[in-house]
Design a protein around this ligand. Structure first.
Ligand code: TUI
Length: 317
């Protein structure tokens, strides 16, 4: 299975399933488990200082002999040092988020890393492929955290048509139906964040996981549109305060200050009312915590039945 899949061949992985590189919770525990289960695990660098990230990379290298990656958040104050660390550590796969990584592509490619930026538009996808990106992750605004403006269904085929590298689809994927839909839209792989939050290996605080388990289809909201960086989170006391202050004419500085430290508060301290619970819209569908291996095996084993059900509807089955 997947012998001819462009992403499996490019990265030498068993299954075309990436784990989204989530800040604070995309740790070496989760990343190594995903890589060991045959997918591509990613350490989410977020705002991590380089020395802390260095330790996560060492742990990941110790816990898996399979390819893994680091997701570099381009809004991090440490982005330059983090990119140098990627080069020094020869990290096999570097994905990027929340910006344009063009200036870093040549040095990463020079040491043999595969560079796979997250894009939320056709224009950026085209520009980065010209700069040498090996593939692109096209992420719809169903995702949790920092998002673009276009949803997955229209974004994926437009990016697929615009570039000549493999596309990984992200935003709203959590099961076998999703991966088959991604293949139908022309993507070669999927990336999932929310599904892996609800894994045994994810170190997120139990309060965080419990709130995600309870989420329904309309439980998330998008804050920060007026600030120029929209972020999808579960609605809670923090988001209500944010919208009230925004409506009352609060300054950008006051609104930004609400977000400072809020992710750590939710993921590690378990304060899911005053913290930021970044999670995608697919959380409404998820009601169990499984091991990473179960998550991946269930998706892979469910592909054939989904294809059969399509054929029955289509009349060829
Ligand atoms: O990066 C993400 N998701 C994230 S990063 C993050 S950390 C954070 N913490 C606190 C506040 C804000 C963020 C949480 N979630 N996803 C990848 C992604 N990248 N989604 C959308 C984009 C994107 C958007 C616009 C990439 C490029 C872009 O335009 C750049 C340009 O120059 O055109």
């Amino acid at each position: 299975m997947f012998e001819n899949n462009a992403i499996c061949k490019l990265l030498n992985i068993k299954y075309p399933i990436f784990q989204g590189g989530m800040a604070w919770i995309g740790t070496a525990e989760l990343a190594s488990a995903v890589s060991n289960a045959g997918g591509l695990g990613l350490i989410g660098a977020g705002h991590m200082p380089p020395d802390v990230l260095h330790k996560e990379i060492q742990k990941c290298k110790a816990w898996t002999d399979k390819p893994f990656g680091v997701n570099v958040m381009l809004m991090s104050p440490f982005v330059k040092e983090v990119m140098q660390l990627m080069v020094d550590e020869k990290v096999p796969v570097v994905t990027t988020g929340a910006g344009n990584p063009g200036e870093y592509v040549p040095s990463l490619k020079a040491i043999g890393s595969k560079v796979i930026p997250v894009v939320a538009s056709v224009a950026l996808a085209k520009r980065l492929v010209k700069s040498g990106a090996d593939a692109v992750i096209a992420e719809g605004c169903e995702s949790g955290g920092h998002i673009g403006e276009i949803s997955t269904m229209p974004l994926i085929p437009q990016v697929v048509d615009a570039v000549d590298v493999p596309v990984i689809a992200a935003g709203g994927f959590a099961d076998s139906r999703g991966i088959v839909a991604a293949f139908a839209l022309g993507a070669s792989a999927i990336q999932m964040g929310t599904r892996f939050v609800l894994s045994k290996e994810c170190i997120a605080h139990p309060n965080y996981k419990n709130l995600v388990l309870k989420a329904k289809d309309r439980s998330t909201v998008v804050t920060g549109r007026t600030l120029g960086h929209p972020v999808r989170v579960l609605a809670n006391k923090l988001t209500r305060t944010f919208f009230e202050m925004e409506a009352a004419g609060a300054s950008n500085e006051e609104l930004e200050a609400l977000g400072t430290g809020a992710l750590h508060k939710a993921t590690h301290l378990g304060d899911v009312e005053n913290g930021s619970v970044m999670i995608g819209q697919i959380s409404g569908m998820l009601d169990d915590i499984k091991t990473v291996k179960e998550i991946i095996d269930d998706i892979v084993n469910g592909i054939a039945p989904v294809v059969d059900s399509i054929q029955r509807k289509y009349g060829e089955g």
